[in-house]
Ligand binder design. Sequence first.
Ligand code: MN
Length: 235
Amino acid sequence: MRSQRKTGPSAAPQTRERRTDDTKPERVIRGPTQVGPQVLNPLPYDTSALEPVMSKQTLELHHGKHHKGYVDRLNSLIGGTELENRSLRDIILSTAADAVKTKIFNNAAQAWNHDFFWRCLAPKRDKPPAELGRRVDESFGSFADMERRLGEAAIAVFGSGWAWLVEDGGKLRIVETSNADNPMVLGMNALLTLDVWEHAYYVDYQNRREDYVHAVLSERINWAFAAENLGRASA
Ligand code: MN
């Protein structure tokens, strides 16, 4: 297990408010003990709210250890640098093509991806809003076809990564990314994602990624959140 709790020059108490001109998709919730410019937002539901599809133990580990680890390492890496007080989105976009800043990019993108992922889930699957349904029908033929293709993409990701429903030049598409990569750096607007790193499902499903993907897709997707993301500026 990698160290999850590095501290660095940024570990001094911070009281400055973060920028408010870029509040979506990241939120501006700030915990009282947060020491760096980037925050681990609380889950939008209780850790047992997604059971049995995602167990309380998985959420505690995935949010409380893995996601928190990315945020902590990011703050450690950017403390005292010119990236310290930039928005998470700015950090991701400004480091994506810089080989010297791969560690910063990886931790920043994983921090963003996870914050986004938690909001893609809900205790109960909701009915897709009509506007999203119409856009999906235009691009995929039917909602069921889109869900099938998203599931296939998630299962097909080799190694660690993410499957996404994105808006790309007015059309909706399914894309896969590896490791920390996300569609933002490709100029695409993310509507929904599925985390298919093993840490997302191994406690509950062991190696059965397919079972995890099908359970989440059929029972725990927050389609209202996906619809809210339509038309959001991508890059
Ligand atoms: Mn994850």
